[in-house]
Ligand binder design. Structure first.
Ligand SMILES: [Ca+2]
Ligand SMILES: [Ca+2]
Ligand SMILES: [Ca+2]
Ligand SMILES: [Ca+2]
Length: 460
């Protein structure tokens, strides 16, 4: 985010989740969001499956540069070289989500902005590449975070984004589904339009086992974590009643705020728990949530089965808009007991604004890997990077709790990067849009694996 004394505060803050004292830094909240997306992705019943005619052909003949990074082959596409559409005029790119908007079997992605309209754009994956579509043409001070999930129950994933330090609002956009037409934006509806400002990070998941998702969101300037049920008629609701699940600090440094959110079934009861800041929250019945502190300090928080055979999944936390170590935590007992969680340093150094954190098996060896990436720039009033040696790192897991570090990129600004299959070949790819480093800009690295023969040549 942006410091309080920062000029950017006059025009819009970055998309992260800190509240009161965003002064010191700008951050990345990428990883937590990716996990949230995975956890909240709608499950398609057979009747909901896309019709055959709707299934898209994976993109081919893409312009891009074949590169090698972190020991893998990639096809790198950048809006800087015209290989992807330019996101828009905004220089403060706050949010990024990966979601299959049209349910054609291929992921699309969504970017959010502040300072200048449009506030939200989609990149639809087509057989020739990515086509940009404006979802919200107006200016809104979109904060980092966001969530995708089916809010109105029509089977198509809708979108949620929150306002930053300048706004007390959270909004959702209805996916028109088959009614979607190029050039036609989506209808926006209120989720929250009162109370304190700033909403860095949201998550849609069925924490309550209700058969449909609930929306969790941070409200940084209230230092509060809320969970709201979707109203019976969300297209007519004025605002969604919400319950405060947690109030206070998540161990952040002075001047920072709680951030980070995702969902994962940690205790194995079939229902996802809410991971937020440095805590695990479990729904314990109407109006009741248990809170388990996992770590001394919070940030972007995601979970996965990093260690084969472990009874419970592991949790990874990165300081996001702050700086500090990145740790992964294993459970050595009851996951609802704080003393069960034991942390292990991942990076071996202080990471500076690591606002991207994702878990995926990048090298297809059957062991989950961790992607952590730093921001290069967050201060608006200067053009030079704050952190010119920013690194995007991959920690390749061995499935036994050991990780091998590899540098994916250096000197590049990452923020809210997402790891997901973007071209339908089954390999997880990397999406990045910097916050204010070299903006406007978006980059995609399509994972071509270790096998050089599978590398598609660039067409230009
Ligand atoms: Ca799609
Ligand atoms: Ca559970
Ligand atoms: Ca792996
Ligand atoms: Ca892929």
């Amino acid at each position: 985010m942006v410091p309080d004394d920062h000029p950017a505060r006059a025009s819009g803050n970055e998309g992260d989740c800190f509240g009161e004292h965003a002064s010191a830094s700008v951050g990345l909240v990428l990883v937590a969001m990716a996990v949230a997306l995975l956890a909240s992705a709608p499950t398609l019943r057979a009747a909901d499956a896309p019709e055959t005619s709707d299934i898209a052909t994976a993109p081919s003949g893409l312009a891009g540069r074949p590169i090698e990074a972190a020991g893998l082959r990639w096809l790198h596409l950048s809006s800087r070289r015209g290989e992807l559409p330019v996101p828009g005029p905004s220089r403060q790119q706050t949010a990024a989500l990966v979601v299959d908007l049209d349910r054609d079997g291929l992921n699309d992605f969504v970017l959010g902005f502040r300072v200048q309209a449009p506030a939200v754009v989609a990149y639809r994956c087509t057989h020739t590449g990515w086509q940009r579509q404006v979802i919200e043409p107006d200016y809104l001070p979109i904060e980092a975070g966001g969530a995708a999930g089916d809010i109105d129950g029509d089977g198509y994933p809708d979108l949620v984004f929150g306002g930053d330090w300048q706004s007390n609002q959270v909004w959702w956009w209805r996916n028109p589904g088959k009614g979607s037409r190029p050039g036609v934006s989506w209808q926006r509806y209120p989720v929250k339009n009162h109370g304190a400002n700033q909403h860095h990070d949201q998550c849609l998941a069925d924490f309550k086992g209700a058969g449909k998702p609930q929306l969790a969101y941070w409200n940084q300037r209230a230092k509060t974590l809320f969970v709201a049920d979707i109203p019976p008629d969300p297209c007519r609701a004025d605002a969604w009643p919400a319950q405060a699940v947690f109030v206070g600090s998540t161990g952040e440094n002075p001047g920072k705020y709680a951030e980070g959110m995702s969902a994962f079934d940690i205790d194995g009861d079939g229902k996802p728990e809410l991971l937020a800041g440095n805590h695990l929250f479990k729904f314990a019945g109407p109006g009741k949530w248990s809170a388990t502190k996992i770590a001394a300090s919070g940030g972007l928080i995601v979970a996965g089965r990093l260690v084969h055979g472990a009874r419970h999944p592991q949790i990874v936390i990165a300081p996001g808009d702050g700086s500090g170590p990145v740790l992964w935590y294993e459970c050595r007992g009851n996951p609802l007991d704080s003393t069960s969680w034991v942390g292990h340093d991942l990076a071996g150094r202080t990471m500076i604004h690591p606002h991207s954190l994702q878990i995926a098996d990048l090298d297809a060896d059957g062991n989950l890997d961790i992607v952590v990436a730093e921001m290069a720039k967050w201060t608006e009033r200067q053009s030079r990077p704050d952190n010119p040696n920013a690194e995007a790192l991959v920690f390749f897991g061995d499935g036994k709790g050991k990780f091998r570090k590899a540098v994916f990129q250096s000197g590049m600004g990452f923020h809210e990067a997402r790891v997901a299959d973007l071209d339908g070949d089954g390999r997880p790819d990397i999406l990045n849009k910097p916050y204010n480093w070299d903006t406007p800009r978006v980059d995609v690295w399509l994972n071509r694996g270790r096998d050089t023969t599978s590398l598609r040549p660039a067409t230009r």
